[in-house]
Design a protein around this ligand. Structure first.
Ligand code: ATP
Ligand code: MG
Length: 337
């Protein structure tokens, strides 16, 4: 990866929310890089901070008072945290596109889907309305929407949830962004459409060499499309490695737990999955020491009192754990399934 251009470099990112119980730290000092042409997975249980990370990169919290973002978010060498609101507008939906978890929050109910896709094309690519609408039709066709010529005249509420999701994906990709942040882009879609949409995103990536951050609960999708993975737990990155390492030599007990929760094809489906005991604590109750310690089978007194740093344990493999699994040992035989 060293020879590739780093599109996005996030340094010591921290995001704080003002809540009724006081300020909470939702993202606590994360660092990562996304190169052009690469697909980086961001995984972790619900509430670990995946969406807050991506919304922070795009500075989508500013309208809420009390949210504070610190650190450095270097995109093509510029710190996004230093840009004016207007400068940020020209990057969002153009150089960086985001596909959100919930399509209704990003589609405007009072405009037709054609106008919405066309508007972003006109704004960022300086095409005329007619050409932009023609391009909107093409994009809808690409994401598998039938009769796109008719659909562009419809409003978001006239479409099914799956179709809205696809409209949003069409909007995100229409501008051919340098970086795509896809937050659970296909979760709401059925399996066949999911595969089609992922293929579409990857085909566009090949063509324009965009970098992708893919947020997903589905480790099967990670295995298929990502080259590198970051595992998040309670606002921190706890493991970062290649996808091959993730499945063959996971070193953090949390990652090992996540991998063991994957149903295997051979496994007896009636057997309960190995799930990680307990729940992700709330931001008001962040444990002292290692944040995973209360749920960790390896935790001892040190873990409960002292926070481990994110250490490099092997080439391109970082782990935040006092008692990580020896990365030379194969822990799991999931790879290749
Ligand atoms: N606007 C907000 N104000 C206060 N807390 C928030 C806000 N948005 C998110 N949080 C909290 O930040 C933490 C991280 O949330 P986030 O939505 O990033 O999780 P996630 O990893 O995306 O989960 P999921 O997989 O369910 O989408 C959670 O504890 C959540 O309750
Ligand atoms: Mg989320």
């Amino acid at each position: 990866m060293d020879n590739l251009y780093p599109l996005l470099q996030v340094n010591n990112l921290k995001t704080y929310f003002a809540t009724e119980q006081g300020s909470v730290t939702a993202i606590d000092g994360i660092d990562f890089t996304v190169h052009e042409g690469e697909t980086v997975g961001l995984v972790g249980e619900s509430g670990c901070g995946k969406s807050v990370t991506s919304l922070s990169v795009l500075r989508l919290f500013e309208e809420y008072s009390g949210t504070k973002i610190e650190g450095e978010i270097l995109f093509e060498g510029k710190n996004l945290l230093n840009l004016s609101v207007n400068e940020m507008e020209t990057i969002r939906g153009n150089r960086i596109a985001m596909i959100f978890q919930d399509p209704m929050t990003s589609l405007n109910p009072v405009f037709t889907v054609g106008d919405q896709i066309a508007e972003s094309i006109i704004l960022h690519q300086r095409l005329g309305k007619k050409e932009a609408l023609a391009r909107a039709v093409d994009m809808l066709k690409l994401v598998g929407i039938s009769s796109p010529e008719r659909r562009i005249h419809e409003y978001p509420h006239q479409l099914s949830g799956g179709m809205r999701q696809r409209v949003m994906i069409a909007m995100g990709l229409a501008c051919e962004p340098r970086l795509l942040i896809a937050d659970e882009p296909t979760t709401a879609l059925d399996v066949t459409i999911q595969a089609q949409i992922l293929d579409l995103i990857l085909a566009l990536q090949k063509k324009i060499n965009m970098g992708i951050i893919l947020i997903t609960h589905d480790l099967g999708v990670v295995a298929e499309v990502c080259s590198r993975v970051m595992v998040m737990y309670l606002g921190q990155i706890v493991e970062e490695c290649s996808v091959e390492t993730l499945f063959t030599r996971p070193a953090h007990p949390y990652t090992i737990g996540l991998i063991r929760s994957i149903p295997t094809l051979e496994g007896n489906r009636r057997e309960p999955l190995h799930m990680i005991a307990g729940k992700v604590p709330s931001l008001q109750q962040i444990p002292p020491g290692c944040r995973f310690a209360p749920r960790c089978p390896r935790a001892d007194a040190v873990c409960r009192s002292k926070m481990p740093g994110l250490e490099t344990v092997a080439t391109a493999h970082k782990v935040r754990c006092w008692h990580y699994e020896n990365p030379d040992k194969r822990v799991n035989s999931y790879a290749g399934q």
